[in-house]
Write a protein that binds this ligand. Structure first.
Ligand code: F6P
Length: 345
């Protein structure tokens, strides 16, 4: 494959494998799936990087919902002012049931093509990337993904935008819960987000000094849990925090607390942290990660690349094929769970 770059009149011309020139003048950015603190910083970095190369940038509102409904408008430099510190996403987001159908993807592609949009930057998780990939394959629109989800459950990247903020928000809550748990000699079951993944639970559990962390990779029968609690009380503890990942069905913490109360007589309470974990100002870590990922995504797209996610490995940014990202599950990591156990004695 021959690939060369020519800069002409400050526009980018790409010579791609099938021997035609693509004159990339217009691209679009959107956020999709659950919002995550730091998404605005990623939008800002991607948009400003592209604008600095004299590329016109559009914002698609509400993710795939707005792509289908043609809620697409140009973004100016000034639209990016004062957003780096804001949680949520100025482009709004959505979960589109329609986008899984080819006819709606065709409608979305027609809307993009009518505006002359030749490339996309998708900020979201693996579900959003699956949609981006289908659109790109069927309608030949290049796409670059930026991993943004509080769950940190995207294959191929160590970190995702919003994860650090969500962990810190949950930790702040746990510190407060500890005060009241300790005053009343209670067991608290604290349920954190993350759907099927236990990444938030593991970090929050270690950072919050939890007595136990329950995830899909660390399922503990209630009798064993009670035994552990009783042992720790025998050693002199008077209160406990158990962090549990929400799993497929948020709210299961209530069943667990009921079972503990009935079987042991211990005073067990529940706190479901819920959507507050998705809001708030992004931490410095998330702002910096998002700025790096956003700028790198714009440069990759403008360099003629497609079907890639920009992620991180250690301190480095990496490009990972969207095929790999969408076909694999990020493995759980039990090391933090074991650490929490050994430190809570
Ligand atoms: O994927 C992010 C996430 O916050 C998950 O942790 C959670 O299970 C889900 O989104 C909740 O989604 P919604 O806000 O659509 O109910």
């Amino acid at each position: 494959m021959t690939k060369s770059l020519l800069h002409q009149n400050k526009r980018l011309f790409l010579f791609v494998k099938n021997n035609y020139y693509v004159f990339m003048k217009k691209i679009a950015v959107y956020t999709s799936g659950g919002d995550a603190p730091g998404m605005n910083a990623a939008i800002r970095a991607a948009v400003r990087t592209a604008l600095s190369k004299n590329i016109e940038v559009f914002g698609i509102m509400h993710g795939y919902v707005g792509m289908i409904a043609n809620q697409i408008a140009p973004l100016a430099k000034k639209d990016m002012a004062n957003i780096i510190q804001r949680g949520g996403t100025i482009l709004k987001t959505g979960r589109s049931a329609e986008f899984i159908k080819p006819e709606y993807r065709a409608k979305a592609a027609a809307n993009l093509k009518a505006l002359g949009i030749e490339g996309l930057i998708c900020i979201g998780g693996d579900g959003s990337f699956r949609g981006a990939q289908a659109l790109s394959t069927e309608h030949k629109i290049p796409v670059i993904g930026i991993c943004g989800t509080i769950d940190n459950d995207v294959y191929g990247t160590d970190d995702t935008i919003g994860f650090d903020t969500a962990v810190n928000t949950a930790l702040d809550a746990i510190d407060k819960i500890r005060d009241t748990a300790d005053s009343h000699d209670r067991v608290f079951i604290v349920e954190v987000m993350g759907r099927n993944s236990g990444y938030i639970a593991a970090q929050v559990g270690v950072g919050g000094g939890a007595e136990e962390i329950l995830t899909a990779d660390n399922i503990i029968p209630v009798d064993k849990l009670i035994e552990q609690l009783k042992e720790s009380y025998a050693r002199g503890k008077t209160s406990s925090i158990i962090v549990t990942a929400e799993g497929q069905k948020p709210g299961r913490a209530y069943d667990l607390a009921d079972a503990i109360r009935k079987k042991s007589g211990l005073d067990a309470k529940v706190c479901i942290l819920g959507h507050q974990q998705r809001g708030g100002k992004p931490t410095a870590h998330d702002r910096i990660l998002a700025s790096r990922l956003g700028a790198a995504a714009a440069l990759s797209l403008l360099a003629g690349k497609s079907n890639l996610m920009i992620g991180s490995k250690g301190a480095d940014l990496i490009e990972v094929s969207l095929d790999l990202v969408t076909k694999n599950e990020k493995p759980g990591d039990n090391t933090l769970i074991q650490l929490a156990k050994s430190l809570s004695v």
